[in-house]
Structure formats: C-alpha cells, structure tokens
Design a protein around this ligand. Structure first.
Ligand SMILES: [Zn+2]
Length: 330
C-alpha cells in the first residue's frame, strides 16, 4: 500500500478525533493524534481507503427526546438535533475535500432498544425517527443515514424485536455487574472503565428524569430504581452494539460517551464542547459565542427567549447580551 493512502487514512481519523469526547482524567489522550487510540481504528480506515470506498462510522445515538420536559422542548427533533446533523455533515464535507469517496455516518437510533426501560412512548420514538430522517433529507446530508431496530426482525412487534435482540446478543446481568464493579479500579481494562462510567452517567440521567414536580417517591427510592434501570439500559445497549458490529463489520465505532484511552469506541461530540450533554437531553441555546446545549430549565432560568421554527414548533432559545452575563459563563 502506498504511503499516500496511509496519510489519507490518518488524516480522516485525525479529523474525526479533533472532536473527541474524552474523560476529564485523560488529558494525555485528548489530542487528536493520540497514537494509542488511533492505532486501534486505523486498520478499518486504511482498509476502506485502500479499496477506494467510503469509510463508514456507526454511532448509536438519537434515541428520541428525554421524557423529562424540564430538559427538552417536546418529543420531536428540534434545533438541537439540527445543529448536530449539520455538525456531522460538515465533518463529512471536510473529508470529501481530500478523499472523494468520503465518509458515511450511520446513526443507529437506539430508542426502540430501551424505550420501555426509560419510559419513552413507542409512538414518540416512531415520530422522532421519521422527523430525523426528514431533517437529514431536508438538509441534504447524503453522507448521513439512520439504522434502527424497526428495520430488522420483520413482522415482529416492538416487544418481540427487543426479546429477539436480547436472546441473540444479550449478556447476563451478573456479567455486566461484575464488569462495572471491576471498572471502578484504576487498573481496570478500558472497556471496564467505560462500563463503570456509562453506568454512573446513565444512572444520573435516569434519576434526573424521575425528579420532576409532583414526584411522590423518595430520593433514595428513585436512586435505587435508577440503578436497576441503568443496568438494563446498558445490557440492551450492549446487545444493540453487538448487532451493529455484526451488521457493519467494516465500520469504525463511534460513541456519544467519553471514552478511555485505548477504547474500541471513539467518543465524539455532537454540537460544541459538551461533555455529557446531548441534543435529546437538552435544548439548543444561541449565545454570542455560538450555540450551546443546556437543560430547558436552565435556559428558562436564564430567561432566554424561546424561538419557534418555520413549522411553528418550539425550536431553541436565544440569550440576549444582558442575559449572557449569567452564571453559566456562556
Ligand atoms: Zn488515547
């Protein structure tokens, strides 16, 4: 293989890695050219480049809006999703400038995989998926596509599809609990550390989603429930990951979660310099310095102005300059 192909592959990976999410603890790895992380993903990138084919990246993401209205504006994709799609689209466009086959990003929407565990309605997920696909077409993002559980196991109900997924790809709860426990040790393997961090992050998301005005359960009861639901969300997500890996064997695996150095996944940002926030757990807020993602309640506390889309739906918030002096430093 000629050196120029290796150089192209390196450049593609480095362009992606410019927008990595890494845990705060791994500053050494945060550079876009961390050789440990790059070397894990290079073979797939090189292989596609050598064949002159687009390099495919798969990203489990865009499950549907959080059911917590303190965080989001509604059940459909809004300007926060649009910003993410445009961000990913720019990344694809950047690669196309020097590698004409380009890259493909497949958004593997995972809402259907764990909707029953996180309290999302099936019809909301369907509507979210449809609107996301419409948005991708409207924005003419031909390098971005979606893949979801609805496309496989024809003729089965959503419940049966999830059962089938878990029967084929699921691991036991004990196996997962052990991995998460191991992950709290500093000498743990990267995937154990990631499992532990994911568990903590998802437990927090689930807990936040259940703390709303009128909630009658105690905080400790909610914490307990969040932990057991987090295990199930992760079991489902892991099964979904295995299905995706089988379906897209040549693809580089991206993640919306920060990844430890040497992880098999590459953590990637979706809008700006956010660490854990996602478009489906928050709202887009326009500031003088650009857009940021905040919880809806945070945007409202800043008295940001609600902006409607041309379709008449709540779209995002805008901070006027006097509000920008607010406590969020945005
Ligand atoms: Zn690294």
């Amino acid at each position: 293989m000629s050196d120029s192909m290796t150089e192209v592959a390196k450049r593609i990976l480095s362009d992606l890695m410019d927008f990595r999410r890494t845990p705060k603890s791994s500053e050494l790895c945060a550079a876009s050219d961390c050789p440990v992380c790059a070397s894990l993903h290079m073979p797939k990138v090189v292989s596609s480049v050598r064949k002159g084919r687009p390099v495919t990246f798969v990203l489990p993401s865009f499950p549907g809006k959080s059911p917590n209205r303190e965080k989001v504006l509604g059940t459909l994709p809004d300007y926060a999703e649009q910003l993410s799609l445009q961000f990913l689209g720019r990344l694809c466009g950047k690669v196309r400038e020097y590698y004409s086959p380009g890259i493909k990003i497949v958004l593997c929407s995972d809402g259907r995989v764990f909707s029953d565990v996180v309290g999302m309605q099936e019809n909301h997920i369907t509507a979210y998926q449809n609107e996301l696909e419409r948005l991708i077409r409207e924005l003419k993002l031909s390098d971005i596509s979606t893949f979801n559980l609805d496309e496989i196991y024809d003729d089965l109900s959503f419940v049966q599809k999830r059962d089938e997924l878990m029967k084929t790809y699921g691991h036991s709860l004990d196996f997962l609990k052990q991995k998460i426990r191991n992950g709290s040790s500093p000498s743990a393997e990267p995937d154990e550390q990631e499992a532990n961090r994911m568990y903590c992050g998802i437990t927090r998301f689930l807990f936040e989603d259940m703390v709303f005005p009128g909630q009658t359960k105690s905080r400790s009861a909610l914490q307990k429930e969040s932990r057991s639901r987090a295990y199930e969300v992760i079991r489902r997500s892991n099964a979904w990951s295995e299905l995706i890996a089988e379906r897209f064997p040549e693809a580089v695996r991206l993640s919306i979660h920060p990844q430890t150095c040497g992880s098999k996944k590459l953590g990637i940002r979706l809008v700006a310099d956010e660490s854990w926030m996602t478009p489906w757990h928050g709202v887009a807020v326009e500031t003088k310095a650009g857009y940021v993602l905040l919880k809806r309640s945070e945007a409202e506390a800043l008295e940001a102005r609600l902006i409607y889309s041309s379709r008449g739906r709540p779209s995002h918030y805008k901070l006027d300059s006097k509000q920008e002096a607010g406590a969020y430093g945005v």
